[in-house]
Design a protein around this ligand. Structure first.
Ligand code: IMP
Ligand code: MG
Length: 184
């Protein structure tokens, strides 16, 4: 394990350590491998938060998949989204007739994934499903079917393994809660 004194020193509590995440992501990759065998699979990462999770996940999937990315912006404060979602970077390739799996770092209110599922569904893929590393069900405003979820967590603002606070802390190798003074 890398000793990260700058960012590590700003973490109050580790929620999910590296080994726990690694093991779960491998399991998810195995489930996806089983479920999508023989299908034309496109994994779509939601930038930027899903990049770390997706990088590990795709290496646990033993299928000839394609990888694409979208970026969305949701207006709001650093730790709360307003619910207004906008596509700011679209896919590089068409998804018509393909099996789409959207990968997100976390599902919170559900508004981001709901918006993306509707956008992709309109393009007539063979199927669309969601895969999230983290789920905060207590904050859900809209129901979204999640086919693969890594971990269910309490309503706390977490960072690391791709998740940020105001753009920072994505490079923490684990998921943790920041010290209150580290957010300002
Ligand atoms: P939703 O649209 O409310 O489901 O929010 C999803 C997005 O909110 C995620 O992609 C994250 O960018 C952000 N988010 C929600 N909770 C957290 C958190 O605890 N830490 C970091 N980002 C979060
Ligand atoms: Mg995000």
């Amino acid at each position: 394990m890398i000793h990260q004194s700058w960012i590590g020193g700003r973490v109050d509590e580790i929620i999910l350590d590296e080994e726990t995440i690694r093991r779960r992501v491998i399991q998810m990759g195995q489930e996806i491998t089983r479920d999508y065998a023989g299908k034309d699979l496109v994994l779509i990462g939601v930038l930027t938060g899903a990049a770390v999770f997706l990088a590990d996940l795709i290496r646990s999937i033993d299928l000839p998949l394609e990888l694409d990315f979208v970026a969305v912006s949701s207006y709001g404060s650093a730790t709360r989204s307003s619910g207004e979602v906008r596509l700011i970077k679209d896919l590089g390739h068409p998804i018509q007739g393909k099996h789409v799996l959207v990968a997100e770092d976390i599902i919170d209110t559900g508004l981001t994934l709901k918006y993306l599922l509707d956008v992709f569904q309109a393009r007539q893929p063979a199927s669309v499903s969601c895969c999230v590393l983290l789920d905060k069900p207590s904050r859900r405003l809209i129901q979204v079917p999640v086919a693969y979820r890594g971990f269910v967590i309490d309503d706390r603002f977490v960072v690391g393994y791709g998740l940020d606070a105001a753009g920072r802390y994505r490079n923490l190798p684990y998921v943790g809660v920041l010290r209150p003074d580290a957010l300002s």
